[in-house]
Design a protein around this ligand. Structure first.
Ligand code: FES
Length: 222
């Protein structure tokens, strides 16, 4: 389980992030998220606003982004919420980073199905590239986190890297994904198993075969 405590509240942190405010682009997105809820229920937008704040911090730091305490306070003020309520949300959900991360946040699933399908070897692959769990690598590119089930058990083992999931991984396939990212390319997300499209059986579909290439209406057969 990764450490979910916020980064220490220091004068340096206040200096760097005390003046945080949404840019025009992010403010427009934040206001759009708030407008999805009825009047007086703007607090319901706390999750998208934290996500937007993290993304803006990411753009400013060329990383996946994180949530320094002054940024969490800014979101609380934006939504007229007590800071502790926003902090509770930020510390509960793994999608929010509470400490600085690298340009790519490599979250490898270590839960049983992924473990049985080889996640230990994926952690080893990351380790060989200088990644240490919970730390930013020396080149600033990577942060490694072990996470619990990400819902891709049918295509285990898997890793989520920033916004994309990479599945059916082997050490070689993970290396190829990481090499591509390091080179500034965007590897194809999803399964890395040749010939597999999503999470259908790895040796081909066994049901709903007419649906493979095009939509097919089975209703007349029911
Ligand atoms: S156990 Fe890894 S995605 Fe479910």
């Amino acid at each position: 389980m990764a450490d979910r405590s916020p980064a220490p509240d220091t004068p340096e942190l206040r200096d760097r992030w005390g003046g945080f405010a949404f840019t025009e682009t992010y403010k427009a997105k934040a206001d759009e998220a708030i407008a999805r809820y009825p009047d007086g229920r703007q607090k319901s937008a706390v999750m998208p606003l934290l996500d937007l704040a993290q993304r803006q911090v990411g753009e400013e730091t060329d990383t996946q982004g994180w949530l320094p305490l002054p940024v969490i306070e800014y979101v609380a003020e934006y939504l007229d919420m007590p800071v502790i309520r926003v902090l509770e949300v930020a510390t509960f959900y793994f999608m929010y980073n509470l400490k600085p991360v690298g340009k790519y946040h490599v979250q490898v699933c270590g839960t049983t199905p992924c473990m049985l399908r080889g996640s230990d070897a994926l952690f080893e692959t990351c380790k060989k590239r200088g990644m240490v769990k919970g730390h930013v690598s020396q080149d600033g590119l990577w942060t490694l986190t072990e996470v619990e089930c990400m819902g891709n058990c049918a295509t285990a083992p898997m890793a989520q890297i920033n916004d994309d999931n990479y599945e059916d991984l082997t050490p070689e396939r993970l290396d190829a994904v990481l090499d591509a990212l390091a080179a500034g390319e965007q590897p194809k997300p999803g399964t890395q198993e040749p010939g597999r499209h999503t999470s259908e059986p790895s040796d081909g579909v066994t049901t709903l075969k007419e649906m493979v290439d095009a939509n097919y209406d089975y209703r007349s057969e029911w």
